[in-house]
Design a protein. Structure first.
Length: 543
């Protein structure tokens, strides 16, 4: 390493401590959790630095941040101080305190710290980048990542069980309720807010629409749910008050209150789920998969009134302009120009609408962007799209989709030589590190003059920089392929859930399809073809 020749006193050490909510001793209550606490980490590392003779530049603490997330305030401050030359040594209790995502942790350990000439020490894991025997570090990173993945599964399972028990598990209670002071898993009525909820339902039963109810509440200067929270000490929504939104109700807020079954005493959970434990991306769960437990808390609205309101809302829907089910609403596009296709009709000799079809009207306003006329009958589009989806469902049932994906992934890896290049690049970086170390030793011993040492160092460091950048690119590509495989698995599961359906519906399309792109007719008469591309959800591409 570049710091090989430094005396202990020459090091400016940064002590980094991290503790996630899942690690916190107040939650776990174990002796191991206590040894992981921020205070314990800080005391231990300060003592270690004093014993080693390191000068402590600063202590960086991220309390309550997951190891999978590297966007942490004090970690970013640490990187800023490293870039500013204030720090040349980073000390943590163990590797997992630095991070639990093995790809990003490996990047900082193997590339970023090496490039910035930073020595890194993980005390309990006995890892010191000054020593050459750190081969165990990548495996510890992988184990830390697996721990996070296993913890995510356990947390998800525990939440499902709590939802099945009818517990209140959301981050904040719904408007009109507070957590029960005697049982944090239950809801208790907030009488002041509950009266507003009752008024909203009374107005709905009087056949006022959600928009009309919002206007009435706004005119009465009734505080919105977010404004009410601010008035009761929750400052997270204070910006909405500053922008004049404290009494301005919107239709969606009223609509959500009218549709929420929590107000008739039932608990509805599992409305959203985490797609990936690293990205924390959420997706809505189909209504029939929600976990609903009845009579878990005191209702604000009677069950009969709630059901009557749902019937009124359903009756208030706009009447259909057409006597058919338009399953492709908002997802059909022109392949040439990318604009939405619009619905049109053929007419019978008697002037009646028949035979709906889609067409691209953009070509009438911009023929340079959309050069060819495009139209396709609604029934033909239904038949062809349903046929393509059924083919993919069959592949999902046979396991052919995932097998084909694995084969393609292996072929791409073999063809591109990513794995081989990664091994060669890492090996060359290791050799360069040894060469650089030897240059320092030769220069210190007088075997190599200063000019020659600087010339050789410049050459080797330039090569190290290029190889490190390439290794980072390779790792990103490998990670991208892993994400694609996970997304393909989610699409495979969604296809299997549609295996018993007998016709194409809007629900199937919303579950499986991101968009459909239709091309214009090509070929000679009698052999004309029309291209239809289905862009599937999760993977964002055709199959």
């Amino acid at each position: 390493m570049e710091q090989m020749g430094l005396h202990a006193a020459a090091y400016s050490a940064a002590i980094y401590c991290r503790l996630s909510k899942d690690d916190a001793p107040s939650r776990c209550g174990s002796a191991d959790a206590e040894s992981t606490s921020i205070g314990t980490q800080k005391t231990m590392l300060e003592k270690y630095c004093r014993e080693q003779g390191f000068s402590i530049c600063d202590v960086y603490v991220d309390d309550g941040y997951s190891g999978l997330n590297f966007n942490r305030p004090d970690f970013n401050r640490l990187l800023t101080d490293i870039d500013g030359g204030k720090v040349n040594l980073v000390v943590t209790k163990d590797l997992s305190r630095l991070g639990r995502d093995y790809i990003q942790t490996g990047y900082y350990l193997e590339i970023y710290f090496a490039r910035k000439k930073i020595r890194y020490i993980a005390v309990n894991d006995n890892i010191d980048t000054l020593r050459p025997d750190n081969d165990i570090a990548p495996f510890r990173n992988i184990l830390n990542d697996l721990y996070a993945k296993d913890l995510s599964r356990k947390v998800k399972s525990a939440k499902r069980q709590r939802a099945a028990n009818g517990y209140y598990i959301s981050a904040q209670p719904p408007y009109g309720y507070n957590p029960d002071p005697t049982n944090k898993n239950r809801l208790a009525i907030d009488q002041k807010a509950a009266e507003v909820v009752r008024e909203i339902y009374r107005l709905s039963l009087a056949e006022h629409s959600a928009g009309q109810i919002a206007d009435i509440l706004t005119k009465r200067k009734t505080p919105t749910p977010s404004a009410y929270k601010v008035q009761n000490g929750d400052t997270r929504f204070i910006r909405q008050l500053e922008s004049g939104g404290g009494f301005r109700w919107c239709r969606n807020t009223v609509h959500n209150i009218l549709r929420d079954m929590v107000y008739m005493g039932d608990m509805e959970n599992h409305k959203y789920e985490v797609v990936n434990y690293k990205t924390k991306e959420y997706r809505p769960v189909p209504k029939d998969q929600h976990i609903i437990v009845e009579n878990t808390h005191e209702p604000i609205i009677s069950r009969d009134d709630w059901n009557r309101v749902q019937a009124l809302i359903a009756a208030r829907h706009r009447p259909k302009r057409h006597d058919y089910e338009n399953v492709f609403k908002s997802i059909v596009f022109c392949l040439a120009c990318g604009h939405h296709l619009t619905i049109a009709f053929k007419y019978s000799p008697e002037g009646e609408r028949i035979s709906p079809y889609y067409r691209c009207t953009y070509r009438y306003t911009n023929r340079m962007a959309c050069r060819h006329p495009l139209r396709i009958s609604y029934d033909d589009l239904c038949a062809r799209v349903w046929g393509q989806i059924q083919e993919q469902i069959k592949k999902a049932e046979d396991g052919a989709m995932l097998k084909k994906s694995r084969a393609r992934t292996m072929q791409r890896k073999m063809a591109s030589g990513l794995e081989s290049e990664r091994t060669q690049t890492a090996s060359r970086l290791s050799i360069l590190a040894k060469i650089t170390k030897q240059l320092y030793e030769d220069h210190a011993c007088g075997k190599l003059d200063t000019d020659s040492c600087h010339a050789l160092l410049g050459e080797y460091q330039a090569e190290q920089k290029n190889l490190s950048a390439r290794l980072q690119t390779i790792e990103r590509e490998r990670a991208r392929k892993d994400v694609h495989r996970d997304n393909l698995q989610m699409l495979n599961d969604a296809l299997l859930s549609c295996a018993n359906d007998t016709k194409l519906t809007a629900q199937i399309l919303n579950q499986l399809v991101e968009r459909i792109e239709v091309g214009h007719l090509t070929g000679a008469k009698g052999q004309k073809k029309q291209r239809i591309d289905i862009i599937y959800r999760y993977i964002g591409m055709t199959l």
